[in-house]
Design a protein. Structure first.
Length: 309
């Protein structure tokens, strides 16, 4: 059983489109019924029936008929990015790609800090108020984390909340939400530090982006049951309100316990606003399970000790 990527219905015998790689029910299995990104190439027999069995027989092996090598390379890249080729693998799997980037970045933090110095590591991965001109840290800080506990907690929450939201809003929107909210959350923490103090030495972590995901899910299905710390059941709306209140209360007191509460709140507000925007377009998931839809709820709440978000 799987969930249709078009309408969200559960299908006992799902169909997988070989052009875009997504899964569909019987009503949406045809390319024209799910707006397949590869449908524009279906008038090209080499694009539909190409098997790679004997490349020597394809037109691409004859430059005089196929155009320049640059044109052929561009055509291959276009197929890969638009019709489920190599890059098409990440469609529907961006949650796990972001998880991989988080752990890769954390490993680089440890290696660079240990062998090349902490100052270089901070210049590469920490969003610092005294160096806002290091614009790369606006993004790298989203994937960087303060310590193992910090990244482990954020990874668990992203693992549970990410797939159902990505499945409803699509991978492109999910990527824009995650990265956009993560950047805005970090900048909001720095900005509020200047306004209400203290500024703090810097911000790292994906919690702002994860709170945005949680905000979208709250709007789509506020009664979704989640389990805070794995064993305290509550509706998602209550968990969301609780985080908002705590973020405002503790944020007014600065970065209490090293946690960037303004970043949490900013990410949540971005998610709530975006969830409101897409509410009428998307079907909300009805439940969560370990690794995807269909089972009991997951944990609720990013964050942890250290100066991070």
């Amino acid at each position: 059983m799987a969930t249709c990527d078009e309408c969200g219905a559960y299908e006992n015998l799902p169909y997988q489109c070989h052009r875009c790689g997504q899964t569909f029910c019987a009503d949406h299995r045809l390319p024209e019924n799910h707006d397949c990104p590869g449908i524009g190439d279906w008038d090209d027999p080499s694009g539909v029936f190409e098997s790679g069995f004997d490349d020597s027989l394809s037109d691409e092996s004859r430059p005089s008929r196929s155009g320049s090598m640059t044109d052929r390379l561009r055509a291959r890249v276009d197929r890969a990015t638009s019709t489920g080729g190599l890059l098409g693998y990440f469609r529907g799997n961006l949650t796990f790609l972001f998880l991989g980037l988080m752990w890769t970045t954390f490993l680089l933090q440890v290696l660079i800090g240990g062998f090349l110095g902490q100052e270089l590591s901070r210049s590469l991965f920490v969003l610092r108020p005294e160096h806002l001109e290091y614009v790369w840290t606006w993004v790298t800080a989203v994937f960087a984390h303060g310590n193992f506990t910090h990244i482990a907690l954020n990874s668990i929450v992203l693992y549970f909340f990410g797939p159902p939201v990505e499945g409803r809003i699509g991978s492109k929107r999910f990527a824009a939400l995650f990265l956009g909210a993560g950047v805005l959350a970090g900048l909001a923490q720095i900005g509020m530090g200047f306004l209400v103090g203290p500024v703090g030495p810097g911000v790292v972590g994906a919690s702002g982006a994860i709170m945005a995901i949680m905000g979208v899910l709250t709007v789509l299905n506020p009664k979704l049951r989640v389990y805070l710390y794995f064993f305290i059941p509550m509706p998602l709306w209550l968990l969301t309100i609780g985080f908002a209140v705590v973020s405002v209360f503790l944020g007014l007191g600065g970065v209490a316990g090293g946690i960037a509460h303004w970043a949490h709140l900013a990410g949540l507000l971005v998610g709530l606003a975006y969830g409101k925007h897409v509410k009428d377009e998307m079907r909300a998931p009805t439940r969560l399970q370990f690794g995807g839809p269909g089972g009991p709820g997951g944990p609720g709440g990013p964050g942890g000790p250290g100066r991070r978000r």
